[in-house]
Design a protein around this ligand. Sequence first.
Ligand code: LLP
Length: 415
Amino acid sequence: MTILFNNEKPFVEGVNINELTSIIATPFYVYSQKSITDTYKKLKNSINAEIFFSVKANSNLAILSLMKSLGIGADVVSSGELKRAISVGIPSEKIIFEGVGKSKEDIEYAINNNIRQINIESIEELNMINVLAKSLERKVNIGVRLNPNIDGQTLDKISTGRKTDKFGIAFDLLPEVCSQIKILKQLCLQGISCHIGSQIHNIKVFEEIFNKMKLAVKIVDENGFSIKHLDLGGGFGVAYNKAEKELSLNELSSLINSFFQNTTYDISFEPGRYLVAKSGVLITKILTSKTNASINFLITDAGMQTLLRPAMYNAYHNIVALTNNNIKKKYTVAGPICESSDILAKEITLPQQQTGNYLAICDTGAYGAVMSSNYNSKVLPAEILVHNNRFSIIRNQEKISDIIAKDIIPNWLKN
Ligand code: LLP
């Protein structure tokens, strides 16, 4: 958790959040630079592998600049994310493009920017990249994303590596993919990759991944290629509540060492959540309160439009009150959106609250702001980065006038 209390005042690093609420309109996200930096260093010092930050978890340019300054590469899934990574100066040789549905424009942009590798997700895509590379007169470094048919033992909606999931190329097609690549003269096979899901807590799942991917390397080898890079995906589990345990980096490190000593290829991971989730909090104001059928509702200005995870995945985020008192009460915290699923937390105990108070929704640095929406014509939230006792607004709150201005009324409806 990023927020700490000092004399009952809530701080992120050296910045008092009460002071932020007096100058910045809620809801807003706050990230701690120190926490992100420390998390990355802990990971980097624990495991012997290259790290690519999965930009989808938090794509704010300030966060990407921080990642760049730490020397991390980027894993992107669209030309939009690729533009973001390039615009902060992440070197193109440190960028991997991996996405289940890439458009022609996405691929051309990636080819023109000479990135380290485009990971292909279907045989059809393989052919399409070859055609585009030919018309651009380029040789393209590719990786093959496999679907290893492994169950990540995580939430159904964030599982990606079972054979029935839409991601990757079926493992059994690997020899066929290799023969195809031999024919496609514009393509250079650099690596193979997989990502079997998010929030993996059980180290045994990684053991399964490593086994299967080593087998994949052998198959590729037997089919006449030797790869340079083996990308083992992201998915490192973080603990959002006390019952969950964080993936053990010690165990992961031993596993890596036992599987990948003296290999002729390098190995890499592409974590998103692990690097940023615990370094962000979402600050929200209580707009009103009421009791319906003995449930005490606190209705906040953050909701599923600001943080979709609880509504979409039933995800748990710890909520702390910024003002304390000795009376404890059970509350259900709900957003302002006209949907019954817009609940941020059910039946949690908080110090007694009143309208106008502020709450912090914890561990929201990953898949928070990036998944926010304009539903109910709500504006996207501001984002703040804290560094020691300084803070910077790294994204302004959107203006409702900007959203409305995007709509176009056709002439035939104007009088
Ligand atoms: N690599 C690939 C190919 C991915 O699809 C993903 C995430 C990652 C890496 C990073 O996974 P991570 O280390 O962050 O678990 N919106 C969901 C999470 C969706 C993850 C999608 N893919 C959530 O809020 O839980």
